[in-house]
Design a protein around this ligand. Structure first.
Ligand code: BGC
Length: 362
């Protein structure tokens, strides 16, 4: 029982969420805060399978795409809700040179390596440790990626802490250590629809991205290397703009991405944690702010969703029914010395924080 005046912190519960074909049991952890916000994440891929947040009338709805059961995540998921690693985004031609040695990775996205390879961190089973603190609840996922896994060097010990606070903040805290130099770039790959899924396409959502520049890409979505100003382009989201306002413009970068599928270079100054983006959905009043310590954010407008996936409650996910905002280092950094380094060395600790904050406008 709580003493009078003592604040309720919310709760963490766990339950079975099916089994892998080999029999290994997958658990779901449900984090709830006093406002009723509820996050459910599973030990397979650390996947957020549901995230319920209130609209302006206090109605809770699930705002992330996914499946009702494990089977969907095992067979056809385009990384719905998962932890992405060892390297989020693309590495050109699946190759990089580190300390004079060439490493070859799977090419699982046309000519390139994407999201850690054939069996990335989205497809492994994580250990989970729930916790309750004074003002928050959460779960710590941990995974030991063996030396050579998916072609990457070094044994990498990773933890990703998911925290839900009483202030409707969902915090991801990523840490990793290695015994050999290796690229590391971790992110979270939830597909959001703030209207509440399946809410239709996300083209009316108003997006702000705190970036004066972005990294233009070739037709396989590998950056050319140079950073380009967003000024005067459809990539200028410095003031709130509907995602769909310019997405069909006849513009080469939009053609390459089939819409938005680009890394934005965040304006940071000296700040460690900056507000990277804000998204507002006017029908429900839901708003999401994204803060991160990362130098970039990949904005993906769900261009590959094409109606071929049937997700939760039998809903078909049509073209651009969800968007992703993935804080991360820039694509292909292991081959781009001019980009912020993604190399983690023995004795160092990788540490990255991202916060999604949910609120409503009246
Ligand atoms: C990538 C997209 C890709 C999607 C799902 C995003 O992070 O930028 O190109 O289609 O993930 O795989």
């Amino acid at each position: 029982m709580r003493a009078p005046g003592e604040r309720s912190t919310g709760s963490v519960t766990s339950a079975a969420f099916g089994s892998l074909p080999g029999g290994r049991r997958i658990e779901a952890y449900t984090l709830t805060n006093p406002a009723g916000v509820e996050v459910q994440a599973i030990t397979y891929g650390g996947i957020i399978v549901s995230l319920k947040v209130p609209d302006r009338h206090g109605q809770l709805h699930d705002v992330v795409l996914g499946y009702d059961d494990l089977a969907g995540y095992l067979t056809e998921s385009p990384y719905f809700g998962a932890i992405i690693g060892r390297y989020a985004n693309r590495i050109g031609r699946g190759r990089f040179v580190l300390d004079g040695r060439t490493y070859t990775l799977a090419t699982n996205d046309g000519p390139n390596h994407l999201h850690g390879g054939v069996k990335g961190f989205d497809k492994v089973v994580w250990e989970a440790e729930p916790f309750e603190k004074t003002d928050s609840v959460g779960v710590i996922f941990s995974y030991s990626s063996p030396d050579g896994e998916e072609g990457y060097p070094g044994n990498l010990a990773v933890t990703v802490e998911y925290t839900l606070t009483a202030n409707n903040e969902l915090i991801f805290d990523y840490r990793a250590v290695t015994d050999k130099a290796t690229p590391v770039n971790l992110t979270q790959h939830s597909y959001f629809n703030l209207a509440g899924t399946p809410g239709g396409d996300i083209l009316d959502h108003e997006l702000t991205i705190n970036a004066d520049s972005f990294t233009p890409v070739d037709a396989t979505l590998i950056p050319y290397g140079a950073v380009a100003p967003v000024e005067g382009t459809p990539f200028d989201f410095r003031t709130p703009t509907a995602i769909g306002a310019r997405i069909e413009q006849d513009e080469q970068q939009l053609e390459h991405g089939l819409g938005y599928d680009h890394n934005f270079v965040l304006n940071r100054g000296d700040a460690m944690l900056v507000r990277a983006a804000q998204v507002y959905e006017s029908k429900t009043g839901r708003q999401m702010d994204v803060y991160t310590t990362e130098p970039g954010i990949q904005f993906y407008s769900g261009n590959f969703l094409d109606g071929s996936i049937t997700g939760k409650a039998g809903h078909v996910y049509g073209h651009r029914y969800g968007f992703c905002l993935e804080p991360q280092h820039f694509p292909d950094s292991p081959n781009r010395p001019e980009f912020p380094s993604t190399i983690l060395r023995p004795g160092e600790e990788y540490h990255s924080t991202t916060i999604y904050v949910f609120s409503v406008r009246p």
